[in-house]
Structure formats: structure tokens, C-alpha cells
Write a protein that binds this ligand. Structure first.
Ligand code: UDP
Length: 379
């Protein structure tokens, strides 16, 4: 008998399994795919660690999370500084003084602020992504960096999208072109898969096992189920399927030591069918005569495809809530798929650590003092 059968070997399931195993619980991790590490999975292609489900750059402000992951890998000092290619013109991104210098020739924060002030479109209460960007930086920046990329990525006009999607990107009037503001940032040397192997060391893990193929068996051998897959699938889509944006990756091995000189270039015009080109060796540098690149094509999603970006419109939120209300008492959920939230890795890890703390308290019979983690479904 297990204390927990954990469904899914991504960050949520693996971190929870590690914490609970270390606290003396008996855990079994089952994973539908043939590999661990969820969408963080990296593959070794001739010594280059390829991010098979899109680039994952680890960043966090949470020292507890940073210390936790550093037990399982050494992190490089990588920081994400992608470039933008807009109709053949190379530009600095996210928006910073270099970008504004390239666009308008401004050289100081004061000059940049004056120019931006003239560019901003006065919109008192921006109601969508387009209006928000126009009110912050004006038409030219919107068209150069945001309109095409966002339309391709989400398959809809930015007027139909909430501004929350883009608010995470900084707009800086300094020369700092770092994508993230966090205190800690890096890439696990040797790839994410190795990190997960260490994270799951000594824990029973079965890959190629679909929980739904034998749900009653797994329920009968464990006290609690920690489910990290999508809830609509758990309930056989009986209320309908939640919508996601999909991605298609086109990977190429190129016989050249360096293809584009940087980890990622975003193609922000609406005509180029892909959103970005990623060159994996720049995440975790190795010397080699070859390089691996991936073009990322946004795609419509249908049931059965890999899930990438949740389409968090009102309808999707309501459906998610209805499924969450159907969960049996012995089920715990977490992670991006089960919560239908586009979380970063560090947020998922923090919420798994928090749930594990709560479970430890419950098991030791102490009064529950921990409030629910904001990323956890309150049950
Ligand atoms: N975005 C954009 N231009 C870019 C990069 C991002 O307009 O060159 C917008 C786009 O709407 C995207 C959002 O910013 O959905 C968030 O981008 P982020 O890089 O955080 O997305 P991710 O890396 O998770 O795909």
C-alpha cells in the first residue's frame, strides 16, 4: 500500500514525491509518457541538451525554491536575452534603452521617457492586450514587437486577449536587456532530465503508464492520489474539453558550430509562420561542430495533442471550476495541467513544496496552520 500515487513526473509530481519520500511517506510516481521531467524534458543530441517541449529558463525570486533545485543540479549563470527579428531588422528585446536607441536614436532615460510620452496612446481604462500596450508604449512598438507575435501565438487578435498575458514582460528605460527581473536565474548544467533523475532518485517511478487505464487499481493501492494531468481528461471530458494553444516544433541538426549566435530569436511579424527560433547549445554551452535549432510554430489544439498554453477565457475558467468541484476527497491536484494555469517552473515547485508541507502536518496529526498556497486549488 502506498501513501501517495502521484500521477505525472513533471515538476509538481516529482517535487511532491521527493519531499514526501524524505518525510517517510511511501510514494509511487506514474507517468503516461515514456520519460520523466514533463515539458522540461531535455534530450541529448550529440552532446547538446535539447529542450524538446520549448525552451525552459529557470528563474525565481524565491530563495527556498532556488536552494531546493540547487540540490539536484548545478545551475549555469545563463540569463535570457533574446533578440527580435522584425522583417529582417534585428532589435533588442525586451523593450529597453538599446531598443529605443535602435528605433528612435534616444540615448538617455530622460530622452526615452519624453519620446515614449509622445508615443503613448491616451486610453484611460485599457480593456485588452492591444489597448494596454498602446497606452504604455504606443503604436510603433506595438506593431514592431507585439501585434504579429501575439496574433500568431494565440491564434486571435490581441484585441480579444487580456493584457495579463504580456504584463509579465518588463519595459525598462535602462540598458538592461535581461528578460527576467528575478534574483536567481540559470539553466541546469547537463540538462533538465538529469535534474529530474536526481530529484526522483530512490523513488518508484513507472513510465508509459496511463493512470486512467487502471484508475481503480491505483486508487486501491494508495491512500491519496496526487493528480497532475488535466481535469477534463480525468473526468472523460463529460462536461466538455478545456481549450489550449498547441505548438509544433521543427528541429534541425546543422553542421555548423553556431547558427544564430544566441539562444532565441523572436520573429515578431505576422507573416513568418513561426514565433521563434531556438538554438539549444546557447543555453548550456558545449563545443561541437554541429548545432541543434528548433523553429516553434503555434498551432490550434485538439484533444489528444500536447497542451502548452491554457486559453484562460471566462468559459475555460468556469469549466475548470466545475471539474475541480467534482474531485473526490482523496485527490490532490497541482501543476500547470491540473490547475489550467500557465505557471512558470518556480511557481509550480513552490506550490508542490507547500502542498507537501501541508500533507506532512496532516500526517503528523498537527493542527493545520498553513493557509492554501495561492496556486493550489482550495479544497
Ligand atoms: N510577446 C510579444 N512579443 C515577443 C515576445 C512576447 O508580443 O517578442 C508577448 C506575447 O503576447 C506573449 C507574451 O508576450 O504571449 C508573453 O511572452 P513570454 O515570452 O512570457 O511567453 P513564453 O515564453 O511563455 O511563450
Amino acid at each position: 500500500m502506498y501513501d501517495y500515487v502521484i500521477v505525472g513526473a513533471g515538476f509538481f509530481g516529482s517535487v511532491f514525491a521527493r519531499r514526501m519520500t524524505d518525510a517517510g511517506a511511501k510514494c509511487l510516481v506514474i507517468e503516461k509518457r515514456g520519460h520523466i521531467a514533463g515539458n522540461c524534458y531535455t534530450d541529448d543530441v550529440g552532446g547538446i541538451h535539447v529542450h524538446q517541449y520549448g525552451p525552459h529558463i529557470f528563474h525565481t525570486n524565491d530563495e527556498g525554491v532556488w536552494n531546493f533545485v540547487n540540490q539536484f543540479a548545478r545551475f549555469s549563470r545563463f540569463s535570457y536575452r533574446p533578440k527580435v527579428n522584425f522583417r529582417g531588422r534585428m532589435l533588442s528585446f525586451p523593450i529597453n534603452l538599446t531598443t529605443l536607441h535602435q528605433l528612435w536614436g534616444v540615448k538617455t532615460p530622460q530622452e526615452a521617457e519624453r519620446r515614449l510620452e509622445a508615443e503613448r496612446v491616451p486610453i484611460e481604462n485599457p480593456a485588452n492586450l492591444e489597448e494596454w500596450v498602446l497606452s504604455q508604449v504606443g503604436q510603433e512598438i506595438y506593431e514592431t514587437f507585439v501585434y504579429g507575435y501575439t496574433k500568431k501565438q494565440w491564434g486571435r487578435d490581441p484585441k480579444e486577449l487580456p493584457s495579463s498575458i504580456i504584463r509579465r514582460l518588463p519595459i525598462r528605460l535602462t540598458w538592461n536587456d535581461d528578460y527576467f527581473n528575478d534574483r536567481f536565474c540559470g539553466i541546469p548544467e547537463g540538462g533538465y532530465t538529469q535534474l529530474f533523475q536526481k530529484l526522483l532518485k530512490g523513488i518508484a517511478v513507472e513510465t508509459n503508464v496511463d493512470f486512467l487505464g487502471d484508475q481503480s487499481h491505483f486508487e486501491s493501492i494508495s491512500d491519496r492520489i496526487v493528480y497532475t494531468g488535466p481535469l477534463d481528461r480525468l473526468f472523460q471530458y463529460q462536461l466538455g474539453a478545456n481549450d489550449w494553444r498547441g505548438l509544433r516544433f521543427e528541429q534541425q541538426v546543422i553542421q555548423s558550430p553556431d547558427y544564430q549566435g544566441i539562444a532565441a530569436i523572436n520573429y515578431t511579424d505576422a507573416e513568418t509562420p513561426y514565433t521563434r527560433c531556438v538554438e539549444h547549445k546557447h543555453f548550456d554551452p558545449v563545443r561541437s561542430d554541429h548545432t541543434v535549432i528548433t523553429h516553434e510554430y503555434p498551432a490550434d489544439w485538439k484533444v489528444g495533442d500536447e497542451m502548452y498554453y491554457p486559453v484562460n477565457n471566462e468559459q475555460g475558467e468556469a469549466l475548470q471550476q466545475r471539474y475541480a468541484a467534482m474531485l473526490p476527497d482523496n485527490y490532490l491536484i497541482g501543476g500547470r495541467l491540473a490547475t489550467y494555469r500557465y505557471y512558470d517552473m518556480h511557481q509550480v515547485i513552490a506550490s508542490a513544496m507547500h502542498l507537501a508541507d501541508k500533507e506532512m502536518q496532516r500526517r503528523s496529526g498537527r493542527i493545520l496552520q498553513l493557509a492554501p498556497h495561492p496556486l493550489e486549488t482550495r479544497r
